[in-house]
Ligand binder design. Structure first.
Ligand code: PLP
Length: 219
């Protein structure tokens, strides 16, 4: 099947309230353009340099999402155009995003990444760290960022029960903090689900799925 066929098939299967991020990392611009021509406008990349190069070459109505781990010293390269940063997992990083956003006189939307997987290697905050961040005076002082949701990645496993358990944990944290609403914190987006587990993620309450290989093929 073509990229267009894959994309349209997935799109037609998603509930109306679920946003599709087409994860295009490692893929050439020509592949992304195929998805663009088929109507896709939200693309996710996990490396800032690669995303910036693609941003420069592609139509300007594309919304670029940074879905990978972000190093503070690289925030400046994407701040002018990035639409949503999914993988924010420290106060230090929020501080730098806020600092760069001030320089550009803009507001930048972020998701806080929560660690839900068993693997030690996956980035993210635990619930206490999340609570510490959003209750800190420093966070409250950040006027040019807005935390609009949470993001998580389940363990890489075939065990559906385990994945479901992890997504359910994330959803419950999301629901717990949803009533908390301040000038720079308002949970609306729950980013969970990839090619292998997005249907399960949607069943568990996801509002944003990040799908790569099922659209563009294996990397
Ligand atoms: C690569 C990646 C995806 C997409 O993975 P697929 O299995 O190809 O759909 C989703 N989220 C993150 C954070 C990724 O790095």
């Amino acid at each position: 099947m073509s990229i267009k066929d894959n994309l349209l098939k997935i799109k037609s299967s998603l509930p109306e309230n679920v946003t599709l991020v087409a994860v295009s990392k490692t893929k050439p611009v020509s592949d992304l353009m195929e998805a663009y021509e088929a109507g896709q406008r939200i693309f996710g990349e996990n490396k800032i340099q690669e995303m910036t190069e693609k941003h420069q070459q592609m139509p300007k109505d594309i919304q670029w999402h940074m879905i990978g781990h972000v190093q503070s010293n690289k925030v400046k390269y994407m701040i002018s155009y990035v639409k949503l940063i999914h993988g924010v997992d420290s106060l230090k990083l929020l501080k730098e995003i806020n600092r760069q956003a001030i320089r550009w006189r803009k507001n930048v939307d972020c998701l806080l990444q929560i660690h839900i997987a068993e693997e030690e290697t996956k980035f993210g905050l635990d619930e206490n760290e999340l609570s510490d961040i959003i209750n800190s005076d420093e966070f409250k002082s950040f006027k040019n960022i807005k935390v609009v949701g949470l993001m998580g990645m389940a363990t890489f496993t075939d065990n559906q029960e385990q994945i479901k358990k992890e997504f359910t944990v994330l959803k419950s944290i999301f629901d717990k903090y949803k009533p908390t609403e301040t000038s720079n914190f308002k949970l609306e987006t729950l980013s969970m689900g990839m090619s292998g587990d997005y249907q399960l993620a949607i069943d568990c309450g996801s509002t944003m799925v990040r799908i790569g290989s099922s659209i563009f093929g294996n990397r």
